[in-house]
Design a protein around this ligand. Structure first.
Ligand code: MOS
Length: 691
């Protein structure tokens, strides 16, 4: 049975619970006496709260309290400034929480929040993002890596290049908008705190709450049993969990704070806008001689977060001269943060669009141009790749998509009022891993229980970890139970950076392999409590490697552009990925196509505007911020080439959560260019822009 479980399309274990409504989410823990909270967002872009008049709110029947910066429980200073809520009267950006109403019902809490009168001492603010702003600076770090990498003499090499492309691409602010908005239910029992929260990583939530409230971690239980998506916005604790714990302490009641969707953009992070200048120099054969990728983005004044969009240029193409650099402009705006494939998603949009432009100038097929520039080592680091099958993904994708029949001339295919086109782009995402613990228990009835504080954010983590366990134990899948999503289970890293399965699976594999050994040496019946083994991959699951480790993929799109309305519709999307061993064919396909759908939204409809006058977003909810609906989603196909890479982890897997969004928008944009002959360099490709 060893070797039969990994890769199998096992059904999601919690699927039935979810579709029948039995799965409980953070706001659905109806503890006895539970109250509800509703935030009061700052109405000014910068300033100080001078007074909070709570009298009208408190006069409403059923209102329990209104927390203000003056009387809310005091917290230790957080490392993450976005969590310092209700600690002082300063307003760093519009939408910052300045009071919190708590009441018997959700409706009363909302009415109370609206009845709170806040007066401000308003200060001048700056919320206007332009790349020429002299306040923009070069950050030391972007996404935990050097802000700037240079190889060779990029300016001189570009100036000397026979063929040149110098183009600037723009991506607007984007919002994560998980299906389940951020929510937490908190409950104190003396000095013991229990929170049910919607999070990608409960272990970190517990340690942050311990630090903020001055508690031992043992005194805190964090439950995140089911999570309705996060896309990075739940990768770190957010104000909802801190505010719910404060309100519960203040009122002595269990309190649920479910953030209204309209408030998410201001307090849970966003993808910061990027302006990306790409300069590509090549010789007449289409070999790159210079690649310069310069990104300008914004951050808040609460903390520095740099959308590291120039980072993928360090990985993709052979070039003797490389510049990958960032500038960041601090503004009085909500704090940006991770959104699915931070860095790679916007960065590969710009790079892969520019490569398509270069192919046009050279008159070379864009699939062929990419293959011609395959590096034999990672360009920025000089490390060998642990495995890299980008060329194979491009070739296989081209074959399946029917690329060979494509007429390369732009604007050549017409169907009534529609112009048709096809486009291609590459995808990449790094392999990341972090140490984890896990336990595995053999029970006398022949079943097994695996325990780990992993977060199943909708990906199928429970299911795939059971597959990893069954495989290491050499038993059928239905003999293995998995318990995840509670902080009294062995600690584990977050579901983020596409590293959850690799990190957790490694610890689960170790625990189960050790347990299998112990069982092999055991004679007679097991004791009633069974045999339990605990594993810790600290020192093994190392982010450092002598190899450059990345997943790769190729995205193909076909579009129809309506010449009457300007509307672009995607007719086909195909992604072919190379991401190590795929551990569950069903859930993996769902991850890939889900992320490709998000890339489709990025290409065509998702658009947020930072209003420079008001200092926050003009499209805060799903009525204004358009994510793809079913009718927008065409025939999407995702497939993969299985890779045998011994330099990863015991399962041989790379991450798959994020790579599906990478390159999708470029493939769509390149297809729109092929259809129309016009190059649009700003997302999204809405009818007003295209017409
Ligand atoms: Mo992902 S944006 O690292 O949760």
């Amino acid at each position: 049975m060893t070797g039969t479980n990994l890769g199998a399309p096992a059904e999601r274990r919690e699927g039935r619970q979810k579709v029948t409504g039995a799965a409980r989410y953070a706001a659905e823990y109806t503890l006895p006496g539970r109250a509800h909270a509703w935030p009061v967002p700052a109405a000014v872009p910068r300033g100080r709260v001078t007074a909070v008049d709570t009298s009208a709110a408190l006069a409403l029947p059923g209102v329990l309290a209104v927390l203000t910066p003056g009387d809310a429980p005091r917290l230790a200073e957080p490392e993450d400034g976005t969590l310092a809520v209700l600690q002082d009267p300063d307003v760093p950006h519009r939408g910052w929480c300045v009071a919190l109403a708590v009441a018997e019902t959700l409706e009363t809490a909302r009415a109370a929040a609206r009845a709170v009168r806040v007066t401000y001492d308003r200060k001048p603010h700056h919320a206007d993002f332009t790349e020429a702003d002299p306040d923009a600076y070069e950050p030391d770090e972007a996404g935990g890596q050097a802000g700037r990498v240079e190889r060779g003499d990029p300016e001189a090499a570009y100036a000397a290049a026979g063929v040149r492309v110098d183009v600037t691409y723009r991506v607007p602010p984007l919002h994560n908008h998980p299906m389940e908005p951020h929510a937490s239910t908190a409950h104190w029992d003396g000095d013991r705190l229990t929170v049910y929260t919607s999070s990608q990583g409960g272990t970190a939530v517990r340690s942050v709450l311990a630090q903020l409230f001055g508690l031992d971690e043992e005194g805190i239980t964090v439950v995140a049993e089911h999570v309705g998506g996060g896309f990075g916005s739940k990768g770190t604790p957010r104000p909802d969990v801190v505010l719910a714990a404060m309100a519960a302490r203040h009122t002595g009641r269990p309190v649920t704070l479910a953030l209204p969707r309209r408030y998410l953009p201001d307090v849970v992070g966003h993808r910061a806008p990027t302006v990306q200048r790409l300069r590509l120099g090549a010789d007449p054969d289409g070999r790159l001689t210079a690649l310069l990728h310069e990104v300008t983005t914004h951050t808040s004044r609460v903390k520095e977060f740099v959308e590291y969009a120039a980072v993928p240029s360090r990985v993709m193409y052979a070039t003797p001269a490389l510049r990958s650099a960032h500038r960041v402009l601090p503004l009085d705006v909500p704090s940006p943060s991770w959104m699915r494939a931070p860095g790679e998603a916007p960065g590969m949009y710009a790079l892969e669009s520019a490569v398509d432009e270069l192919a046009g100038v050279l008159g070379t097929d864009p699939v062929e141009l990419r293959i011609r520039n395959e590096p034999d080592r990672e360009p920025a680091s000089g490390k060998p790749f642990s495995s890299r099958h980008l060329a194979e993904c491009l070739r296989e994708g081209a074959r399946r998509f029917g690329w060979a029949e494509r007429d390369p001339r732009p604007g050549a295919r017409r169907e009534g009022p529609f112009l048709l086109g096809t486009g291609v782009a590459a995808a990449t995402y790094p392999v990341q891993v972090a140490p984890s613990t896990a336990s595995a228990q053999a029970l006398p009835d022949g079943t097994f229980t695996v325990r780990i504080n992993a977060a199943d954010i909708g990906t199928g983590a429970r299911t795939v970890l059971a597959q990893v366990a069954a495989d290491a134990l050499g038993v059928p899948l239905d003999r293995v139970r998995t318990e995840v999503g509670r902080s009294d289970l062995p600690p584990a890293p977050l579901a983020g950076g596409s590293m959850g399965t690799a990190s957790w699976g490694w610890a689960v594999h170790e625990a189960c392999a050790e347990l299998a050994c112990r069982l092999a040496g055991h004679t007679g019946p097991l004791p009633v409590e069974g045999i339990e083994v605990r594993a810790d991959t600290a020192g093994k699951a190392d982010a450092d490697s002598p190899y450059a480790r990345h997943a790769f993929g190729a995205q193909f799109a076909e579009v129809a552009v309506d010449t009457v309305t300007g509307e672009t519709r995607v007719r086909r999307l195909l992604g072919v990925f190379a991401a190590g061993h795929i551990l569950n064919a069903r859930t993996a396909r769902s991850q890939f196509t889900g992320a490709m759908t998000m890339g489709l939204g990025m290409a065509l409809t998702e658009h947020s505007t930072l209003d420079a006058v008001f200092g926050d977003f003009a499209e805060p909810d799903l009525a204004a911020y358009h994510v793809p609906a079913h009718a927008d989603v065409p025939d999407i196909e995702a497939d993969w080439l299985d890779e045998d890479d011994p330099h990863l982890n015991p399962m041989g897997s790379k991450g798959i959560g994020e790579i599906g969004i990478v390159g999708t928008a470029a493939a769509v944009g390149n297809a729109v260019h092929h259809a129309t002959g016009i190059r649009f360099r700003e997302l999204p490709l809405t009818p007003d822009r295209v017409l």
